[in-house]
Design a protein around this ligand. Structure first.
Ligand SMILES: [Zn+2]
Ligand SMILES: [Zn+2]
Length: 348
């Protein structure tokens, strides 16, 4: 394969995008080259252009979720079932790669997302390394990158319609542990929020309310099955909380999913969830600033399913005390009555 291919390059925060030509790539052993069919422009790309993500090796070729047709492989490349993926097959791929499996984060904490070797197509890959993003006519699939053939009957356009919002919304619903009959509020009506709405319904939620904007997105939410929607542009924060409570017998929702990306939504969402409900935050991917929350009202009563002084806590704490009592300082261990009047507490 000779010649050159075109790619769109983001050279730095706030700088105009550039069309550049790259030499047509050949696959590494164990890798592949895709002819790009579709790639997405998502909120992360906007954050990348604003310079809101640290450690990005500009210039980059953005596009972390894409669909392509396999042009060439260098040795067999297989799917998760061990089947060989032949040239001509329509595939997507898992944009995260390079997780080492042997560092402290991978082995001990089981948190591959914190592995220092973790890399992501279109975000932490430089254009100087090759075509490692979807805004290009070809995509280089590195050895070890997981290819996923699109199921028959699913078009590239349909798959990309969900984009990276679909797995993010799916993950939010998984983490929320939605039960049959739950009432759910989704904050945000972008791709993540709309996906969370759809998956929450599939997971058994009886009613899903969406608080977001603009009107066209809320219309899409209603078409996807939202019980009701509220436009954030026409209601103040306290009105939005009251709107949710009016629809939940004053208690708040069983589950609230934050998918807005606005830090203020977190404090607001914590007011929308019922006592001992679940609150899942998936929208705060970049640092958009600080907000104030009330730790007692927002976390002590709202979001824990057990009071802090639960029966297991008492049992375990007393066993722990039994083994550590000898090392406790004497003033903590016993306060005789005669010392009480002299203590600073009695002077209050
Ligand atoms: Zn690692
Ligand atoms: Zn994305």
């Amino acid at each position: 394969m000779t010649g050159s291919v075109r790619a769109v390059v983001m050279t730095g925060p706030g700088r105009p995008l550039e069309h550049r030509r790259f030499s047509s790539p050949r696959p590494e052993p164990g890798g592949a080259v895709l002819e790009t069919v579709a790639s997405e422009v998502c909120g992360t790309d906007v954050h990348l252009h604003h310079g809101h993500l640290p450690g990005v090796p500009y210039p980059i070729i953005p596009g972390h979720v894409s669909v392509g047709r396999v042009l060439e492989t260098n040795g067999p490349v297989r799917d998760v079932d061990g089947r060989t993926i032949e040239p001509g097959r329509l595939v997507t791929f898992y944009d995260v790669f390079g997780i080492c499996g042997s560092c402290w984060h991978c082995l001990v904490a089981k948190a591959g997302t914190r592995c220092p070797h973790r890399r992501v197509y279109g975000i932490t890959t430089s254009a100087d390394e090759g075509l490692l993003g979807g805004w290009a006519e070809r995509i280089e699939i590195k050895p070890g990158v997981r290819l996923l053939p699109l199921p028959d009957g699913l078009t590239a356009e349909d798959f990309m319609g969900g984009g990276c919002g679909a797995p993010t919304g799916f993950h939010a619903v998984e983490r929320a542990g939605i039960a049959l009959g739950d009432t759910v509020v989704v904050q945000g009506s972008g791709p993540v929020g709309l996906s969370a709405l759809a998956f929450a319904s599939l997971a058994g939620a009886l009613r899903v309310f969406v608080v977001g904007a603009p009107a066209a997105r809320l219309e899409a939410a209603r078409r996807l099955g939202a019980e009701d929607t509220l436009d954030v542009a026409v209601a103040r924060p306290e009105e939005r909380v009251a709107w949710v409570r009016a629809r939940t017998e004053g208690r708040g929702a069983d589950v609230v999913i934050e998918a807005s990306g606005n830090p203020a939504a977190v404090a607001e969402g914590l007011e929308m969830v019922r006592d001992a409900g679940r609150y899942v935050v998936v929208g705060q991917y970049t640092d958009a600033g600080d907000v104030t929350i009330n730790p007692h009202r927002h976390t002590s009563t709202r979001t824990s399913s057990e009071p802090p002084c639960s029966w297991p806590a008492i049992g375990r704490a007393s066993r722990g005390r039994a083994s550590s009592r000898a090392s406790m300082p004497s003033r903590t261990r016993a306060a005789p009555w005669r010392t009480w009047k002299r203590s600073r507490w009695s002077r209050r």
